[in-house]
Design a protein around this ligand. Structure first.
Ligand SMILES: Cc1ncc(COP(=O)(O)O)c(C=O)c1O
Length: 429
């Protein structure tokens, strides 16, 4: 063989030559429409709208850097603002006990579990957190994930397929819609909070599919309204559908002890097939969970890609969520105070003639002004006066429903609430 008489350098060069010839002679596509990634037209439009909004608001509206804790106050650019842009509903992010739990978890387990839980990433904290959540919800088991968005996407995407029907509320979070797409199921929105329309859709379509899933949220984050859960349960039972409830904004907020929309309505927790929630809001951490019966949770733990092929929650994240839930249970007055603050703010706003839409029971309160410009003007006025609340305009909401949206916290003081309502009402009149 010729190769036997070649030096290793000659062999390497020969191999390189053969590979190059192969690549050069491989067929090329005849016509390429677009070779490099380019911003799609609709994204360009969106970007332009964001830019106009940023310019007209007179400050850094997006990606504004908050320094220090993000509670009822926040520090932006050397000034302290009363803060209505945080989901820190119970003030537990920044709480000493919660932070200490995270620090101790780092000392004990490090900052990462470095692997999927199925393959060496399991720590006692994971199971303790899942047990705490399952007990809170009154169901058998729970599985936690590293993010709320990914939880919806991977769980819905994995459990359902082309033979199934998914009906989701028209104001559903993007993560729910993304899960629907991933699943390949026939997925359709039903009119917001309208269980009667859902009933009609299921009556017309249910028979054609294997499973039917209905997805609703405990509190809708644009409007702060709450669905009539008992009615949804009745409809799903009538049509033998499954019901999934996303409690991102209702956990820790609704119910006497913060148990969520199930506790708020006093329903049988087993009537909801999949309870879903995030750990990033009331529970002062980062992550998501689903909870329900043992069999379903067992199946997910061994098969759902976003769990099996992704790292387990980091020790400080698991520990802070666990400490936050335990603290919420030990100090239910935090939930009472949050409810009191939200109700007080809503009542004062309504008395001042402001439009808070359908917000009720929750800690999300929109001030709906209609067109976009007055919302940007209001944002600006509030910001100048030391109050931080962001405008939400078209295309995120319909053009005639633009608003400034406020997230209330148990930490807000009466004085802060009163000042804010006064300022808003004088600014919009
Ligand atoms: C209804 C709903 N579901 C899911 C998510 C995603 O949660 P996370 O931000 O924790 O990933 C959010 C986030 O705001 C949400 O509002």
């Amino acid at each position: 063989m010729l190769a036997e008489y070649m030096s290793s350098e000659e062999k390497r060069r020969l191999l390189e030559k053969i590979l190059r010839e192969r690549i050069d002679s491989s067929p090329r596509p005849a016509k390429i429409v677009q070779s490099l990634w380019k911003m799609p037209d609709d994204a360009l439009l969106l970007e332009k709208q964001f830019r106009i909004l940023e310019q007209s608001s007179g400050g850094q509206l997006f990606f504004a850097q908050s320094e220090g804790l993000n509670t009822n106050v926040t520090r932006i650019g050397n000034r302290t603002y009363v803060n209505y842009c945080s989901y820190n509903y119970l003030g537990l992010s920044g709480n000493e006990e919660v932070s200490l739990a995270a620090k101790e978890a780092i000392d004990r387990y490090g900052t990462s579990v470095s692997a999927s839980r199925i393959a060496s990433g399991e720590r006692p904290l994971h199971q303790e957190l899942e047990t705490e959540l399952a007990v809170m919800l009154g169901v058998e088991e729970c599985v936690t994930f590293v993010g709320g968005y990914g939880t919806n996407e991977t769980v819905i995407g994995h459990l359902f397929g082309p033979d199934d029907l998914i009906l989701y509320d028209s104001l559903s979070h993007a993560s729910i819609q993304s899960g629907c797409k991933l699943s390949g199921a026939a997925a359709r929105p039903f009119p917001h909070n309208n269980w009667e329309a859902l009933n009609v859709l299921l009556a017309e379509q249910r028979e054609r599919y294997r499973y039917a899933l209905v997805v609703i949220e405990g509190v809708y984050s644009m409007d702060g309204d709450v669905p009539d859960l008992p009615q949804f349960i009745e409809v799903k039972k009538r049509h033998q559908a499954m019901l999934m409830v996303d409690e991102a904004h209702s956990s820790g907020v609704l119910g006497k002890t913060g148990g969520g929309i199930g506790e708020h309505f006093g329903v049988n927790p087993h009537d909801v097939d999949i309870w879903m929630g995030t750990l990033s809001k009331s529970f002062a951490s980062c992550g998501g969970y689903v909870a329900g019966n043992k069999e379903l949770m067992y199946y997910l733990r061994y098969t759902v890609p976003g769990f099996v092929f992704s790292v387990g929650m980091s020790p400080p994240n698991a520990a802070s969520a666990l400490a936050a839930i335990r603290l919420m249970h030990r100090e239910p007055e935090r939930v009472t105070q949050l409810r009191r603050n939200a109700n007080r703010f809503r009542d004062m706003a309504k008395k001042a003639g402001l439009n808070t839409g359908n917000s009720e029971h929750s800690a999300v309160i929109p001030i709906i002004l209609g067109r976009s410009e007055p919302c940007v003007t209001l944002y600006r006025k509030l910001f100048e006066n030391g109050i931080y609340a962001l405008p939400i305009i078209y295309p995120t909401v319909p053009e005639n429903a633009s608003r400034v949206r406020l997230f209330l916290s148990s930490l807000h003081t009466d004085e802060q609430l009163e000042k804010t309502v006064k300022l808003i009402s004088s600014a919009v009149k």
